[in-house]
Design a protein around this ligand. Structure first.
Ligand code: NZQ
Ligand code: ZN
Length: 389
């Protein structure tokens, strides 16, 4: 590999069906004023809320709650949470939920003591925090985003229809710990399980489809992708298969905890297209990615042919004998599409509520990244979005 880099990931993980016990190990490290953040109620239904509250009580914590954090958390909700956390003099934020709750908690952590408007500072100017950052811990209930072990926080501004992610450089913004119990993911609706599985897979693709050097990160990525494909199939057949669900959960964390991007430029254009569509439709994150993926990859494939050929052979077991590189690469994308349909993913933006008249506006919200095989211009973005409809 040819890139220069540093690597540090300070998040401590506890994995397995007894992982919540370790909340007792972590909580004493932080002050007594805890803000408990969660979503729309799934943790109340499946009992995780009661278990977490019991442990908080046993540890003598003074708890305030921010509930109702929605999928694709909004700026408005962030403002509300800032009031609650400031009023409570928060020492620690405990996120219990999926990527939305974890992202929201990280955005909150850098906003509580921020003297400026957090949207302007973190999502328009993409600056780093200069204020005190309140520490965050996560109890994860959905596998997908990798938010439990990274410094990303995606927030949607409903007024401007913009959905932007900020991946903070400051390691203090990564969760201090994350509790990963695969059993917690078993109450997920099938739609969310599938969306999360594709989110994981695409995170790996975003980092894999870049660069031409021989890079260890790409070999790790291929192994992770094979695991997600394999376990995704098993979980799709039987969502209660613990072994498959635990592999999916672990792969999700490694797919986006910065490891496989080391020494690479990385692409991220599927996410930029998907997020821009999400800003308009409020659709489920993984499904927005699924909708734009095949049109995007088919379009950029000629520019990164060698990697697409390698993807076909090493990830999808395409037999290269007697075929041209283009045929092999196309077969790989075909196999990926077949797997996506098998999982029941949404394969078009129109099924997510996007219409042709939105495309110009969606294109306005696409941040153009430059690390992949083709830097897209506006016309190309519109063309890919049209093909994704
Ligand atoms: O709100 P509740 O009632 O908890 O229901 C949630 C929500 O409706 C439900 N759910 C979660 N765990 C459950 C469950 N239902 C039953 N049983 C459980 N155990 O699932 C729904 C979706 O949850 P959400 O947290 O929104 O999903 P996900 O984990 O996919 O997170 C999506 C958000 O993360 C951002 C996305 O853009 C989106 O805003 N991302 C964050 C990233 C990061 N930090 O690095 C990277 C990703 O690419 C992504 O952009
Ligand atoms: Zn994602």
């Amino acid at each position: 590999m040819l890139g220069n880099f540093s690597y540090c990931n300070p998040t401590k993980l506890y994995f397995g069906d007894n992982a919540l016990d370790y909340l007792n190990t972590e909580l004493p490290k932080y002050g007594s004023n805890v803000v408990l953040v969660y979503g729309g109620g799934s943790i109340r239904k499946n009992g995780i809320y009661d278990d977490v509250c019991r442990i908080l009580k046993e540890n003598g914590k003074n708890v305030a709650e921010i509930s109702g954090v929605m999928p694709n958390p909004t700026l408005q909700k962030l403002y509300e949470g800032m009031e609650i956390a400031r009023g409570h003099r928060a020492d620690f934020i405990l996120a219990v939920g999926g990527g939305s709750v974890c992202d929201y908690s990280k955005a909150l952590s850098v906003s509580i003591h921020c003297k400026e408007d957090p949207w302007e500072k973190y999502y328009v100017r993409f600056e780093e925090p200069e204020c005190e950052v309140v520490p965050v811990g996560c109890v994860l209930t959905m596998a997908g985003t990798g938010s439990e072990m990274n410094a990303g926080a995606v927030i949607t501004n409903r007024e401007t229809k913009q959905k932007f992610g900020h991946v903070f450089a400051d390691e203090n913004i990564m969760p201090r710990f994350a509790i990963l119990n695969p059993k917690y993911t078993m109450t997920l609706p099938r739609y969310q399980m599938a969306a999360g599985t594709y989110d994981i897979f695409n995170h790996i693709c975003e980092q894999y489809f870049s660069g031409e050097d021989d890079n260890t990160s790409d070999y790790i990525s291929e192994g992770l992708m094979r695991s997600v494909i394999h376990s995704g199939r098993i979980a799709n057949e039987n969502p209660q298969d613990y072994e498959a669900r635990s592999n999916i959960m672990w792969a999700a964390t490694w797919a986006l905890n910065t490891l496989v991007s080391r020494g690479k430029e990385t692409d991220w254009m599927v996410h930029m297209l998907g997020q821009a569509a999400g800003g308009y439709t409020n659709a489920t994150h993984g499904m927005t990615l699924a909708s734009v993926s095949l049109p995007y990859y088919r379009y950029i494939m000629p520019y990164g042919l060698a990697k697409f050929r390698r993807f076909a052979v090493n990830v999808w077991d395409v037999d290269p004998a007697g075929k041209t590189d283009v045929q092999i690469a196309e077969e790989g994308l075909q196999a990926m599409g077949d797997w996506m349909r098998e999982l029941g993913l949404v394969m078009s933006l129109s099924e997510l509520g996007a219409t042709e008249d939105m495309l110009e506006g969606i294109a306005d919200g696409v941040l153009v990244m430059t690390g992949g095989y083709k830097v897209l211009d506006r016309e190309e973005i519109i063309r890919i979005l049209k093909e994704s409809l």
